[in-house]
Design a protein around this ligand. Structure first.
Ligand code: ADP
Ligand code: ZN
Length: 213
């Protein structure tokens, strides 16, 4: 089964998906992470996607469906998959539905955060180049500046966390991704959680929303 986690860039989908995976045993599948792996490894997909991602635009639906199918293929169908970053437009939502015999969408949950907070979250975000852990210069600073608490790796900014690309990503969410909310509303699986405030309280609400409570 699939649980779609949606929300604007910076809403905290990745962080919450990691928590849910660790505590509830869900499997996280992040298309952004999968793409960044391809970029790092210098695969053909990575070469096609890298520049588009850096600008904050969407990578092609065909490529994304290839990645989605590839990643889903490595997860037993008995598991519940938290899908972080897919679908991002109506065509992708429809493409996901073509897999519904083996991967039905049980819930689609929006993590809702106001735009002003998203901008400050993304501009202050620092990410570990080795383990991927996320920090924030003000809200969640590492113990030693520039160094990951978890693995002592070097912290840096994601290439798409610059002001120009952040603006593009937020606009893409509003114009292109937001329409999928109605798509899932019409299917009766849509839920909404406020994504601001204490991460633990966001976690509790998200966890209940996924379980349909
Ligand atoms: P964020 O949600 O913080 O913007 P992600 O890590 O989810 O970041 O994605 C980073 C980039 O990867 C996106 O801006 C886009 O270029 C690409 N990407 C990820 N998922 C998709 C998707 N489903 N469709 C198209 N492009 C995608
Ligand atoms: Zn690290």
């Amino acid at each position: 089964m699939i649980v779609v986690l949606t929300g604007a860039p910076g809403a905290g989908k990745g962080t919450q998906a990691d928590l849910l995976a660790a505590r509830e045993g869900y499997r996280k599948l992040s298309t952004g992470d999968a793409l960044r792996k391809h970029v790092k490894a210098g695969t053909e997909i990575g070469r096609l996607a890298g520049a588009v991602m850096e600008r904050g635009e969407l990578v092609s639906d065909d490529l994304l469906f290839r990645i989605l199918s590839e990643e889903l293929g490595t997860i037993p169908t008995s598991e519940t998959v938290l899908l972080d970053g897919y679908p991002r437009n109506l065509a992708q939502a429809e493409a996901l539905d073509t897999l519904k015999a083996s991967h039905p969408v049980r819930a689609a949950v929006l993590l809702d955060v106001p735009r002003s907070e998203l901008v400050s979250r993304l501009s202050g975000r620092r990410v570990c180049g080795s383990c991927g852990a996320s920090f924030h210069v003000k809200e969640q600073p590492p113990r030693v500046e520039g160094i990951c608490d978890k693995c002592s790796g070097k912290l840096g900014q994601r290439p798409d966390d610059n002001p120009g690309s952040v603006a593009v990503r937020l606009d893409v969410f509003e114009k292109t991704t937001r329409p999928i909310l109605d798509y899932y509303r019409n299917k009766g699986v849509f839920r909404e959680v406020v994504g601001t405030g204490d991460p633990e309280s966001v976690y509790r609400q998200l966890n209940s929303a996924i379980k349909g409570k």
